[in-house]
Design a protein around this ligand. Structure first.
Ligand code: CP
Ligand code: NVA
Length: 320
Protein backbone atom coordinates (compact mmCIF):
# COMPACT_ATOMS: atom_id res chain seq x y z
CA UNK A 1 0.00 0.00 0.00
CA UNK A 2 1.38 3.39 -1.00
CA UNK A 3 0.30 6.09 1.45
CA UNK A 4 0.33 9.87 1.14
CA UNK A 5 1.28 12.11 4.10
CA UNK A 6 -2.30 12.64 5.29
CA UNK A 7 -2.90 8.88 5.23
CA UNK A 8 0.29 8.30 7.20
CA UNK A 9 -0.98 10.78 9.84
CA UNK A 10 -4.22 8.84 10.19
CA UNK A 11 -2.33 5.56 10.38
CA UNK A 12 -0.34 6.94 13.29
CA UNK A 13 -3.47 8.34 14.91
CA UNK A 14 -5.33 5.02 14.70
CA UNK A 15 -2.56 2.49 15.37
CA UNK A 16 -3.07 0.71 18.69
CA UNK A 17 -6.53 2.23 19.27
CA UNK A 18 -9.56 0.23 20.46
CA UNK A 19 -12.85 0.20 18.53
CA UNK A 20 -15.50 -0.08 21.26
CA UNK A 21 -18.11 2.42 20.09
CA UNK A 22 -18.43 4.79 17.14
CA UNK A 23 -18.72 7.65 19.63
CA UNK A 24 -14.92 7.38 20.08
CA UNK A 25 -14.18 8.10 16.40
CA UNK A 26 -14.14 11.47 14.66
CA UNK A 27 -15.74 12.10 11.29
CA UNK A 28 -12.31 12.33 9.62
CA UNK A 29 -11.20 9.05 11.17
CA UNK A 30 -14.35 7.30 9.95
CA UNK A 31 -13.90 8.74 6.46
CA UNK A 32 -10.31 7.49 6.47
CA UNK A 33 -11.51 3.97 7.42
CA UNK A 34 -14.26 4.04 4.77
CA UNK A 35 -11.82 5.09 2.07
CA UNK A 36 -9.39 2.40 3.11
CA UNK A 37 -12.28 -0.11 3.01
CA UNK A 38 -13.20 1.00 -0.53
CA UNK A 39 -9.55 0.71 -1.57
CA UNK A 40 -9.13 -2.79 -0.11
CA UNK A 41 -12.39 -3.88 -1.78
CA UNK A 42 -11.22 -2.56 -5.13
CA UNK A 43 -7.82 -4.26 -4.78
CA UNK A 44 -9.42 -7.55 -3.84
CA UNK A 45 -11.82 -7.42 -6.80
CA UNK A 46 -8.80 -6.78 -9.04
CA UNK A 47 -7.11 -9.88 -7.61
CA UNK A 48 -4.43 -7.82 -5.83
CA UNK A 49 -3.57 -8.92 -2.31
CA UNK A 50 -2.64 -6.26 0.26
CA UNK A 51 -0.87 -7.87 3.23
CA UNK A 52 0.05 -5.26 5.86
CA UNK A 53 -0.59 -7.71 8.73
CA UNK A 54 1.87 -10.50 7.87
CA UNK A 55 2.68 -12.55 10.95
CA UNK A 56 -0.03 -10.92 13.11
CA UNK A 57 -2.72 -12.81 15.02
CA UNK A 58 -6.25 -11.72 15.92
CA UNK A 59 -8.01 -13.55 18.77
CA UNK A 60 -11.78 -13.69 18.30
CA UNK A 61 -13.71 -14.24 21.55
CA UNK A 62 -17.35 -15.25 21.06
CA UNK A 63 -19.91 -15.55 23.86
CA UNK A 64 -22.81 -15.34 21.35
CA UNK A 65 -23.43 -17.01 17.98
CA UNK A 66 -22.21 -15.48 14.72
CA UNK A 67 -21.98 -16.16 11.01
CA UNK A 68 -20.98 -12.83 9.41
CA UNK A 69 -18.75 -11.44 12.15
CA UNK A 70 -16.87 -14.67 12.66
CA UNK A 71 -16.31 -15.48 9.00
CA UNK A 72 -15.57 -11.92 7.85
CA UNK A 73 -12.99 -11.33 10.60
CA UNK A 74 -11.33 -14.71 10.09
CA UNK A 75 -11.18 -14.40 6.30
CA UNK A 76 -10.22 -10.71 6.62
CA UNK A 77 -7.19 -11.24 8.83
CA UNK A 78 -6.09 -14.12 6.61
CA UNK A 79 -6.35 -11.96 3.47
CA UNK A 80 -4.28 -9.25 5.21
CA UNK A 81 -1.50 -11.79 5.77
CA UNK A 82 -2.29 -12.75 9.37
CA UNK A 83 -4.11 -15.48 11.28
CA UNK A 84 -7.36 -15.55 13.24
CA UNK A 85 -8.02 -17.67 16.32
CA UNK A 86 -11.64 -18.52 17.12
CA UNK A 87 -12.06 -18.54 20.90
CA UNK A 88 -15.48 -19.66 22.11
CA UNK A 89 -16.19 -18.80 25.74
CA UNK A 90 -17.46 -22.38 26.04
CA UNK A 91 -13.84 -23.49 25.64
CA UNK A 92 -11.63 -20.80 27.17
CA UNK A 93 -11.26 -20.18 30.91
CA UNK A 94 -13.10 -16.85 30.90
CA UNK A 95 -16.25 -18.95 30.46
CA UNK A 96 -15.41 -20.70 33.75
CA UNK A 97 -14.93 -17.43 35.59
CA UNK A 98 -11.29 -16.47 34.94
CA UNK A 99 -11.17 -12.68 35.46
CA UNK A 100 -11.48 -10.47 32.38
CA UNK A 101 -8.40 -8.53 33.55
CA UNK A 102 -6.23 -11.67 33.65
CA UNK A 103 -7.55 -12.83 30.28
CA UNK A 104 -6.73 -9.42 28.78
CA UNK A 105 -3.15 -9.44 30.03
CA UNK A 106 -2.49 -13.07 29.16
CA UNK A 107 -3.85 -12.67 25.61
CA UNK A 108 -1.84 -9.47 25.16
CA UNK A 109 1.29 -11.62 25.46
CA UNK A 110 0.32 -13.77 22.48
CA UNK A 111 -1.90 -11.75 20.17
CA UNK A 112 -1.80 -8.50 18.17
CA UNK A 113 -5.50 -7.74 18.51
CA UNK A 114 -8.71 -9.04 20.10
CA UNK A 115 -12.22 -9.01 18.66
CA UNK A 116 -14.90 -9.81 21.24
CA UNK A 117 -18.64 -10.49 20.99
CA UNK A 118 -20.34 -10.61 24.35
CA UNK A 119 -23.35 -9.34 26.33
CA UNK A 120 -22.17 -6.47 28.46
CA UNK A 121 -20.39 -3.42 27.05
CA UNK A 122 -18.59 -3.12 30.39
CA UNK A 123 -16.80 -6.45 29.76
CA UNK A 124 -15.47 -5.12 26.45
CA UNK A 125 -14.40 -1.91 28.16
CA UNK A 126 -12.63 -3.77 30.96
CA UNK A 127 -10.89 -6.04 28.46
CA UNK A 128 -9.73 -3.00 26.48
CA UNK A 129 -8.57 -1.17 29.62
CA UNK A 130 -6.44 -4.11 30.75
CA UNK A 131 -5.14 -5.30 27.34
CA UNK A 132 -2.08 -3.70 25.76
CA UNK A 133 -3.33 -4.56 22.25
CA UNK A 134 -6.31 -3.15 20.27
CA UNK A 135 -9.74 -4.49 21.26
CA UNK A 136 -12.56 -4.46 18.70
CA UNK A 137 -16.22 -4.68 19.72
CA UNK A 138 -17.83 -7.42 17.61
CA UNK A 139 -21.28 -6.75 19.21
CA UNK A 140 -22.58 -6.22 22.70
CA UNK A 141 -26.11 -5.67 23.96
CA UNK A 142 -25.41 -1.93 23.61
CA UNK A 143 -23.49 -1.49 20.35
CA UNK A 144 -22.57 -3.09 17.02
CA UNK A 145 -20.00 -0.65 15.57
CA UNK A 146 -18.42 -3.05 13.03
CA UNK A 147 -21.80 -3.61 11.39
CA UNK A 148 -22.38 0.12 11.12
CA UNK A 149 -18.92 0.78 9.67
CA UNK A 150 -19.82 -1.66 6.87
CA UNK A 151 -23.29 -0.10 6.58
CA UNK A 152 -21.80 3.38 6.10
CA UNK A 153 -19.63 1.93 3.32
CA UNK A 154 -22.77 0.41 1.74
CA UNK A 155 -24.78 3.64 2.00
CA UNK A 156 -21.94 5.62 0.41
CA UNK A 157 -21.82 3.08 -2.43
CA UNK A 158 -25.58 3.16 -3.04
CA UNK A 159 -26.35 6.84 -2.35
CA UNK A 160 -23.05 8.43 -3.39
CA UNK A 161 -22.50 10.20 -0.06
CA UNK A 162 -23.56 10.19 3.60
CA UNK A 163 -24.18 13.81 4.51
CA UNK A 164 -27.90 14.61 4.46
CA UNK A 165 -28.91 11.01 3.66
CA UNK A 166 -32.09 10.14 5.55
CA UNK A 167 -32.15 6.72 7.23
CA UNK A 168 -35.33 5.43 8.91
CA UNK A 169 -34.75 2.60 11.38
CA UNK A 170 -37.96 0.76 12.25
CA UNK A 171 -38.07 -1.56 15.27
CA UNK A 172 -36.19 -2.23 18.47
CA UNK A 173 -34.08 0.55 20.00
CA UNK A 174 -31.24 -1.95 20.40
CA UNK A 175 -27.49 -2.24 19.71
CA UNK A 176 -28.06 -1.61 15.98
CA UNK A 177 -30.20 1.47 16.61
CA UNK A 178 -27.56 2.87 18.99
CA UNK A 179 -24.63 2.37 16.62
CA UNK A 180 -26.60 3.66 13.61
CA UNK A 181 -27.50 6.83 15.55
CA UNK A 182 -23.87 7.45 16.58
CA UNK A 183 -22.28 6.58 13.22
CA UNK A 184 -24.96 8.37 11.20
CA UNK A 185 -24.79 11.47 13.40
CA UNK A 186 -21.01 11.65 13.02
CA UNK A 187 -21.39 11.56 9.25
CA UNK A 188 -24.05 14.30 9.18
CA UNK A 189 -26.89 11.94 8.26
CA UNK A 190 -30.54 12.23 9.33
CA UNK A 191 -31.37 9.24 11.51
CA UNK A 192 -35.03 8.65 12.39
CA UNK A 193 -35.79 5.81 14.79
CA UNK A 194 -39.36 4.50 15.10
CA UNK A 195 -39.76 2.20 18.11
CA UNK A 196 -42.72 1.39 20.35
CA UNK A 197 -42.95 2.74 23.87
CA UNK A 198 -40.73 0.75 26.21
CA UNK A 199 -38.39 -0.30 23.35
CA UNK A 200 -36.92 3.07 22.42
CA UNK A 201 -33.15 3.59 22.32
CA UNK A 202 -31.26 4.40 25.51
CA UNK A 203 -31.89 8.02 26.52
CA UNK A 204 -28.24 8.81 27.28
CA UNK A 205 -26.99 7.42 23.95
CA UNK A 206 -29.76 9.31 22.15
CA UNK A 207 -28.64 12.59 23.77
CA UNK A 208 -25.02 11.92 22.79
CA UNK A 209 -26.05 11.12 19.22
CA UNK A 210 -28.19 14.27 19.03
CA UNK A 211 -25.34 16.50 20.11
CA UNK A 212 -22.93 14.81 17.65
CA UNK A 213 -25.53 15.25 14.89
CA UNK A 214 -25.96 18.92 15.73
CA UNK A 215 -22.21 19.50 15.46
CA UNK A 216 -22.02 17.79 12.06
CA UNK A 217 -25.20 19.25 10.54
CA UNK A 218 -27.17 16.00 10.86
CA UNK A 219 -30.26 15.02 12.82
CA UNK A 220 -31.42 12.30 15.22
CA UNK A 221 -35.13 11.92 15.83
CA UNK A 222 -37.05 9.33 17.87
CA UNK A 223 -40.73 8.59 17.25
CA UNK A 224 -43.31 5.90 17.97
CA UNK A 225 -44.73 6.22 14.46
CA UNK A 226 -43.06 4.24 11.64
CA UNK A 227 -45.14 6.16 9.05
CA UNK A 228 -43.59 9.43 10.23
CA UNK A 229 -40.02 8.06 10.29
CA UNK A 230 -40.07 6.74 6.70
CA UNK A 231 -41.31 9.97 5.03
CA UNK A 232 -38.75 10.88 2.33
CA UNK A 233 -36.32 8.22 3.62
CA UNK A 234 -33.38 7.22 1.40
CA UNK A 235 -32.69 4.10 3.48
CA UNK A 236 -35.07 1.88 5.45
CA UNK A 237 -33.34 -0.26 8.05
CA UNK A 238 -34.67 -2.86 10.44
CA UNK A 239 -33.41 -5.57 12.78
CA UNK A 240 -34.88 -8.51 14.69
CA UNK A 241 -37.44 -7.81 17.41
CA UNK A 242 -35.78 -10.19 19.87
CA UNK A 243 -31.99 -9.99 19.91
CA UNK A 244 -29.56 -12.66 21.09
CA UNK A 245 -30.20 -13.21 24.79
CA UNK A 246 -33.86 -12.09 24.52
CA UNK A 247 -35.23 -15.33 23.06
CA UNK A 248 -37.62 -15.82 25.99
CA UNK A 249 -39.24 -12.43 25.25
CA UNK A 250 -40.10 -13.43 21.67
CA UNK A 251 -43.88 -13.63 22.21
CA UNK A 252 -44.25 -10.36 24.15
CA UNK A 253 -42.06 -8.61 21.63
CA UNK A 254 -44.07 -9.90 18.66
CA UNK A 255 -47.07 -8.17 20.21
CA UNK A 256 -45.21 -4.96 21.06
CA UNK A 257 -43.78 -4.63 17.53
CA UNK A 258 -46.92 -5.66 15.63
CA UNK A 259 -47.27 -2.26 13.89
CA UNK A 260 -43.55 -2.02 13.13
CA UNK A 261 -43.14 -4.43 10.22
CA UNK A 262 -41.35 -3.13 7.13
CA UNK A 263 -43.77 -4.08 4.35
CA UNK A 264 -44.97 -2.74 1.00
CA UNK A 265 -47.41 -0.31 2.60
CA UNK A 266 -44.79 1.31 4.83
CA UNK A 267 -42.20 1.26 2.05
CA UNK A 268 -44.50 3.16 -0.30
CA UNK A 269 -44.20 6.20 2.01
CA UNK A 270 -40.41 6.46 1.51
CA UNK A 271 -38.56 7.85 -1.50
CA UNK A 272 -38.99 5.82 -4.69
CA UNK A 273 -35.28 4.93 -4.72
CA UNK A 274 -35.08 4.01 -1.01
CA UNK A 275 -32.85 1.00 -0.35
CA UNK A 276 -33.64 -1.65 2.26
CA UNK A 277 -31.01 -2.67 4.81
CA UNK A 278 -30.84 -5.31 7.56
CA UNK A 279 -27.78 -6.42 9.51
CA UNK A 280 -29.02 -10.06 9.38
CA UNK A 281 -29.93 -12.65 10.51
CA UNK A 282 -33.53 -11.72 9.55
CA UNK A 283 -36.93 -13.16 10.34
CA UNK A 284 -39.05 -12.92 7.19
CA UNK A 285 -42.69 -12.31 8.07
CA UNK A 286 -41.77 -10.59 11.37
CA UNK A 287 -39.75 -7.36 11.18
CA UNK A 288 -39.81 -7.43 7.36
CA UNK A 289 -41.81 -9.17 4.65
CA UNK A 290 -40.06 -11.52 2.20
CA UNK A 291 -41.25 -9.28 -0.63
CA UNK A 292 -39.19 -6.35 0.71
CA UNK A 293 -36.07 -8.11 1.97
CA UNK A 294 -35.81 -10.23 -1.20
CA UNK A 295 -36.94 -7.41 -3.49
CA UNK A 296 -34.80 -5.40 -5.91
CA UNK A 297 -34.41 -2.48 -3.47
CA UNK A 298 -32.71 -4.72 -0.88
CA UNK A 299 -28.92 -4.36 -0.43
CA UNK A 300 -28.53 -6.90 2.38
CA UNK A 301 -25.85 -9.02 0.70
CA UNK A 302 -23.82 -5.96 -0.30
CA UNK A 303 -23.98 -5.03 3.41
CA UNK A 304 -22.85 -8.45 4.56
CA UNK A 305 -19.99 -8.54 2.02
CA UNK A 306 -18.85 -5.11 3.16
CA UNK A 307 -18.31 -6.48 6.66
CA UNK A 308 -15.21 -8.11 5.19
CA UNK A 309 -13.84 -4.97 3.54
CA UNK A 310 -14.69 -2.56 6.36
CA UNK A 311 -13.16 -4.80 9.03
CA UNK A 312 -10.04 -5.36 6.93
CA UNK A 313 -9.64 -1.57 6.92
CA UNK A 314 -10.20 -1.46 10.67
CA UNK A 315 -7.67 -4.22 11.40
CA UNK A 316 -5.09 -2.75 9.02
CA UNK A 317 -5.47 0.65 10.71
CA UNK A 318 -5.48 -0.50 14.35
CA UNK A 319 -3.12 -3.47 14.15
CA UNK A 320 -0.81 -2.31 11.32
N1 CP B 1 -24.80 -8.98 11.39
C1 CP B 1 -24.06 -9.78 12.17
O1 CP B 1 -23.30 -9.35 13.02
O2 CP B 1 -24.21 -11.11 11.90
P1 CP B 1 -23.66 -12.33 12.77
O3 CP B 1 -24.44 -12.37 14.04
O4 CP B 1 -23.89 -13.53 11.89
O5 CP B 1 -22.19 -12.11 13.02
N1 NVA C 1 -29.72 -6.97 17.40
C1 NVA C 1 -29.20 -8.23 16.94
C2 NVA C 1 -28.09 -8.01 15.95
C3 NVA C 1 -27.49 -9.26 15.39
C4 NVA C 1 -26.38 -9.01 14.44
C5 NVA C 1 -28.70 -9.02 18.14
O1 NVA C 1 -28.06 -8.44 19.02
O2 NVA C 1 -28.98 -10.22 18.21
Amino acid sequence: MELNTKEIDYQQQLRGRDFLTLADYSKDELIYLLELADYLKKQQKAGKLEQPLKGKTLGMIFEKSSTRTRVSFEVGIYQLGGTGLFLSTNDIQIGRGEPVADTAQVLSGYLDGIMIRTYSQSVVEELAAKASIPVINGLTDTYHPCQVLADLQTIRETKGSLRGVKLAYIGDGNNMAHSLMLGGATMGMEIHIAAPEGYQPDAGITETAKSIAKYHGGKVNITEEPEVAVQQADVIYTDVWASMGQENEQKIRERAFAGFQVNKGLYSLARKDAVFMHCLPAHRGEEVTAEIIDGKQSVIYQQSENRLHAQKALMAALMG
